[in-house]
Design a binder for this molecule. Structure first.
Ligand SMILES: NC(=O)c1ccc[n+]([C@@H]2O[C@H](COP(=O)([O-])OP(=O)(O)OC[C@H]3O[C@@H](n4cnc5c(N)ncnc54)[C@H](OP(=O)(O)O)[C@@H]3O)[C@@H](O)[C@H]2O)c1
Length: 310
């Protein structure tokens, strides 16, 4: 099968088309023929070698950890899925990622693709959607009527987090550039702050929760807008506990866990139209297409998700 692999760490020119064997599945896995995948910042962070201590994979590495496609084979112990099912998933983080024509995926990471959602849309959701979901509900325990600031609302995680939080009945403030102001309000944000000309620390106060996608100075500034007992989750940088204690707030780091059950719950929201997958741009599955997709992700200014179609 065709895959796009890296044989060493480095720039996007390390991404190369290669012929590799179709993966063989274990009893608890299915084989998925890929229709679409998406690019997340972890892809190019791993490609550059920034994650080599945390994820010490042997080469060649197939990057990509979002899948949408059709099951062509099932392992002996697979109960809830069959050949021909259209599915989507955030597979485990292994060196056999989703920039490949076939991927072996554990049954418990899978969810059925809602029939009214395209493969491109479905591929854009698992990694970013589960990250948004687990941050909002498992870590922050967000409730109706609470006030939350979601940083980088126009990005892959932010554009889904806004929609989930709005659906929960929270008041949602978000940061985005001016050109994305109308876009994030359309997703359900009550207030859009242009981070290039305004300081959120001077505008917001007594918030219940912050969803930090950026870390650093933005994370430090975010404590100031929380009320005592408020909560912050970061997916970008582990919070400094002494800083959180100074403001009397709780601060946690989230590293998402692939989870088919939660993905199925997100699938229901997609099916009902409560939440929309935001596909910003698509690229073909080829060496050149994946390189261009990485360049866009590395710009830090992609709107919604970057999808690769097979
Ligand atoms: N811990 C985990 O499990 C986990 C999981 C997923 C992602 N992450 C990390 O979380 C971060 C966000 O991921 P993502 O997929 O959402 O990234 P993304 O889609 O690449 O984010 C791009 C967005 O960020 C916005 N942005 C850039 N600088 C900003 C700023 N200073 N203030 C507000 N918005 C800004 C841009 O909006 P404008 O164009 O309007 O500027 C753009 O829409 C990445 O660092 C990623 O590695 C971690």
């Amino acid at each position: 099968m065709k895959a796009v692999v890296i044989n060493q760490y480095g720039g996007k020119d390390r991404l190369q088309e290669a012929e590799v064997p179709i993966p063989s599945i274990q009893d608890h896995q299915v084989l998925v023929q890929m229709k679409a995948t998406s690019v997340n910042p972890i892809d190019w962070k791993l490609r550059e070698g920034y994650l080599k201590d945390m994820l010490p994979f042997d080469f060649p590495i197939i990057l990509g950890w979002d899948a949408a496609g059709i099951i062509t084979e099932t392992g002996k112990s697979v109960k809830n899925f069959k050949v021909g099912d259209a599915v989507f998933a955030r597979p485990d983080t292994t060196r056999n990622g989703t920039y490949a024509e076939f991927v072996a995926i554990d049954e418990d990471k899978l969810a059925l693709k809602p029939p009214n959602v395209s493969f491109e849309e479905a591929a854009s959701v698992p990694l970013a959607g589960l990250t948004a979901w687990q941050g909002l509900y498992d870590v922050l325990g967000l409730k109706a009527g609470e006030k939350i600031l979601i940083h980088a609302g126009a990005g892959g995680v932010g554009s889904l987090a806004i929609q989930f939080a709005h659906h929960t009945g929270a008041y949602v403030a978000t940061t985005a550039s001016a050109e994305n102001g109308a876009f994030v309000k359309n997703l359900g944000a009550d207030m859009a702050i242009d981070y290039r000309t305004e300081h959120f620390e001077e505008i917001l106060k007594d918030f219940d929760a912050v969803y930090d996608t950026l870390g650093g100075r933005i994370q430090s500034g975010s404590y100031q807008i929380l009320k005592k007992g408020g909560r912050l989750v970061s997916i970008a940088e582990a919070p400094k506990q002494e800083e959180a204690e100074k403001y009397g707030v709780k601060a946690d780091f989230l590293w998402l866990q692939p989870n088919g059950k939660q993905l199925a719950e997100i699938g229901e929201l997609l099916q009902s139209g409560t939440v929309k997958a935001i596909v910003g741009q698509t690229f073909p599955f080829s060496q050149q297409g994946v390189r261009e997709a990485h360049a866009l992700s590395e710009s830090h200014h992609a709107r919604g998700k970057i999808v690769i179609t097979f």
